[in-house]
Design a protein around this ligand. Structure first.
Ligand SMILES: [Zn+2]
Length: 167
């Protein structure tokens, strides 16, 4: 398994709409393994394929940060089908290191997700998992979480991020 370089805020590849995953291949399995390794190494809860420069509707989530293999979820061509309630809490992104901001998300989220074999399943997540579903699916639509904020706050966050990334 390889830790992949993660694209950062400002890279135009993070703004693209991703394409659906077709037939599952050994290359995709390798990509998923590398993405899980990268997310773990960077201490993230999830990682979307566009963040490693792959323009596909594919993401990994592990709310246990490597503690529990059963919590590993591979999102393939996922779509949100239902949302319920609101949670308020901090959110961060491996593509924007050093920035964590409070963002409202639905408390409970249901998605329609494809399995490797092509079958479709419904998954429901609450709290952190619901937040992760929203965050990763946003990546697949070319959206970063900082884009929910207004221009003034976004500029402030950008300065904070640039300061941080210069060390
Ligand atoms: Zn992210």
């Amino acid at each position: 398994m390889t830790v992949l370089p993660v694209l950062t805020w400002g890279d135009p590849r993070l703004k693209k709409n991703s394409e659906d995953v077709g037939e599952w291949t050994p290359e995709l399995e390798q990509l998923v393994a590398d993405m899980l390794e990268t997310s773990l190494y960077e201490e993230g809860v999830g990682l979307a394929a566009p963040q490693v420069g792959v323009n596909l509707n594919l993401a990994v989530i592990d709310c246990s940060c490597g503690e529990d293999l059963n919590q590993r979820i591979v999102l393939i061509n996922p779509e949100i089908t239902a949302e319920e309630g609101i949670q308020t809490g901090p959110e961060g992104c491996l593509s924007i290191p050093g920035v964590r901001e409070v963002l409202d998300r639905p408390q409970k989220v249901t998605i329609r997700n494809r399995a490797r074999d092509g079958s479709w399943h419904e998954l429901t997540g609450e709290d952190l998992l619901a937040r992760a579903f929203c965050h990763e699916i946003d990546h697949l639509r070319g959206r970063l979480f900082v884009e929910y904020f207004g221009p003034v706050k976004r500029q402030y966050l950008q300065r904070k991020y640039q300061k941080q990334s210069r060390g």
